[in-house]
Design a protein around this ligand. Sequence first.
Ligand code: UN1
Length: 494
Amino acid sequence: MAEEYRHYIGGKWEPSSSGKTFESRNPANHDEVMGSFPLGTAEDVENAVAAARETFPEWMLTPVPKRGDYLLRAGLLLEERKEEYANLMTREMGKTLKETRADIQEGIDFLFYMAGEGRRFFGHTMPAELPDKFSMTVRHPIGVVGLITPWNFPIAIPLWKIAAAIVSGCTSVFKPSQDTPLLATLLVQIFEEVGLPPGVLNLIHGKGREVGVALVEHPDVRAISFTGSLEVGRQIAERCGAQMKRCSMELGSKNVLIVMPDADLDLAVEASAWGAFATSGQRCTATSRLVVLAEVRKPFTDQLVSRVESMRVGNGLDPEVELAPVINERQKAKILEYIGIGRDEGAVVLTGGEELKGPEYDRGNFIAPTVFDEMTPNMRIAQEEIFGPVTGIIRAMDIDEAIEHANSTGYGLSASIYTRDITNVFKAIQRLEFGVVYANAPTIGAEVQLPFGGMKNTGNGHREAGPQSLDEFTEWKAVSIDFSGRVQKAQGID
Ligand code: UN1
């Protein structure tokens, strides 16, 4: 019998009002059930929002450093549990142990960073044009917020939202992906254990169509923070727009790594393989396009293919494995369909291109790491996010054409250039339409003190992580205090 878990509402672990449940299973071995979870309803959301609303007035008045202290303690506890949770995460969503440890580490880093924000939480002071008048800005928490998260970073991405919401003075309802309910539950348990007051963080499991929609539509939820696909993000943003509700969207991308002729080829190859195939390409920062200058195309391609063919594919618990399963059957089918589309469009599979079969693979969702050659910028496989272990090479003649190809999709999260020429680096920094830009570093692996988010269809202008993450959960309040003892009128009126 699978262990049964619950929602977390107002500090209590509650079953679903529907009585229905769903299971979480290991993508490397479908026979392993990680737990049974309540299938949430609109009524569950109603209860969770009510708890968050009731707690908000007191929470917003709790001193900011005290709010930050909970984050510090949560980070310390998560550090103690890192190994245990990394093992469970690999079993729940597949990626390798090295990467699940890194996911948790990213969460710990952000908890510590935001704990420090509790003693900064800066506003500005600024001059007033009138004498004896003082002006400043302070942050005001936005209220009850809904946090909707994906399965590819089951700890780091929820924490980017939860930690920023907590220090900002918001109370929240967290709706994790149905593919990673166990890790979400363990994360919430940590906050319970460090004594976060009941109602500050609530957890509702279930479907986007039901729980997500109820959260987005709820009039008492003042903001939605969502990470996921463009398709779903667009629906959420439209609904939020109609209600004048703030929403921050962290959506798909079609990231790119440019290889210039003067690049250190060994490094460019390793960065490409890592960026394209870590997390089996299931990162919004994954290197799904390689723009390679014609002069180095042959040596780069040969080296990349032999590196990719050396990758061991298998269960992420095996330390030798570099490429783990993809998350579920549906995603597997979608990725294989895209590989077919690429072939039909005229791109050439250099390696991979198929599902893996055999005793080691038959109980899971395994796809061979796939590299396309002869990809052109307008192909669907060059434009649409695949979210799987698939990348492709696009040819360019010079830096201008390379940057043009890089910018030629509707997305704009992460881009990288490999070159030893400082001129190319600065041209790339200036012209790339991406929110995260690297020179001589892979497109994946952003650090938490930097703002994270994308241009164009990747988002709607918000950033997570970094100091900017507070902007998601606070309003700016402009404050002026007149101590002249007169009614002073601005803009020169006597
Ligand atoms: C994501 O895939 O949504 O930069 C986030 C990176 C990680 C975060 C990825 N730090 O690859």
